[in-house]
Design a protein around this ligand. Sequence first.
Ligand SMILES: NC(=O)c1ccc[n+]([C@@H]2O[C@H](COP(=O)([O-])OP(=O)(O)OC[C@H]3O[C@@H](n4cnc5c(N)ncnc54)[C@H](O)[C@@H]3O)[C@@H](O)[C@H]2O)c1
Ligand SMILES: O=C(O)C(=O)C[C@@H](O)[C@H](O)[C@H](O)COP(=O)(O)O
Ligand SMILES: [Zn+2]
Length: 357
Amino acid sequence: MQTLHVALGERSYPIHIGPGLLGQPDLLSPYIRGRQVMLVTNETVAPLYLNKVKASLSAFQVDTVVLPDGEVYKTLDTVNLIFDQLLEKRHNRTTTLIALGGGVIGDMVGFAAATYQRGVDFIQIPTTLLAQVDSSVGGKTGVNHTLGKNMIGAFHQPRCVLADTTVLKTLPTRELSAGIAEVIKYGLICDQSFFAWLQMHTKDLLACDDTALGYAIKRSCLAKAEVVAEDEREGGIRAILNLGHTFGHAIETHEGYGNWLHGEAVAVGMLMAVDLSIRLGWLDASELEVLRRLLEQAKLPVTSPTDMMPEDFLKYMAVDKKVVDGSLRLVLLEAVGKAIVTSDFSHDALLATLKSI
Ligand SMILES: NC(=O)c1ccc[n+]([C@@H]2O[C@H](COP(=O)([O-])OP(=O)(O)OC[C@H]3O[C@@H](n4cnc5c(N)ncnc54)[C@H](O)[C@@H]3O)[C@@H](O)[C@H]2O)c1
Ligand SMILES: O=C(O)C(=O)C[C@@H](O)[C@H](O)[C@H](O)COP(=O)(O)O
Ligand SMILES: [Zn+2]
């Protein structure tokens, strides 16, 4: 097992990464302050892993909530089902919520923890690659709105993250690929040598090779932990973690939540960001082909949805959370491994990108 740390003063926490971690009581109990635990998962993950986690919590009063599965259920109504159980089972302010699942469960449980009785503790047990490399770390929690992704939420850090790589063996390949998209993001924004490593090892990640997965999770979490420690609430540098997301969130919202997976939409969004960076003269034209080949290797899409026009993108991009005073800001690349957040691009260049990918 490897342990990384997110350094946030009194809100600091460990990220434990390794095979076979589920079911080890000593990894969870130090982060549970009271007697009560609300273990939240979904109907797909429950039959696979709920009993194992529950068995490791025998020292606590454990209640469970099993939510419906899918991005389409990442809503306030679903979070309300968690509140219903917390109140029915009389959970108080010393309770700890545990999120067992992918990013959808993690984001909703984190949001429930941020708001239940004005804030209680929570623990992340991410079970998808995407959640292990990205969503379980950093404290962004929330739900979607029909008009935009993650529009209602809060920053609320978990007390610990437990990433058991063994659970990835049951993950469908399409979901593994979606997770690889966020891994590639870390290479592009801040780690050129990791990006080079990915050219050689993406096939190992797809084959669920333990060593490759452990390495990719560690490298991604190290990068995210460093950025989050510097800028917890996205006042500045943290926005680089949004590479490809302004375009990607537009795709997810326009196509209907869940039809394009988050990682798939981000993959196409990253191609758009690279294309625009090239048009601005910041990146060599060859980088577009390099990224396209890598995404194809990872079995990710490389063209935008056929039914989406540039004006559809612009409509959803206008409500992006990085918009300031009506001006759209995008994460672009000055080089592979060096991202910037900028509004320094012309509408014509953006339009050309939206038409070409
Ligand atoms: N908070 C953040 O910083 C952050 C970062 C990235 C993404 N996100 C959010 O995360 C969400 C996407 O997360 P995701 O890709 O994990 O999707 P997800 O949570 O929908 O999980 C994907 C699918 O895999 C299933 N599953 C989960 N673990 C499994 C396992 N071990 N074996 C078999 N099936 C399993 C789930 O039930 C689901 O059907 C999006 O809503 C996105 O906005 C948040
Ligand atoms: O942690 C962050 O910061 C990120 O931007 C990580 C993203 O991968 C993630 O999808 C996040 O939920 C997007 O945040 P949003 O603020 O654009 O909704
Ligand atoms: Zn993301």
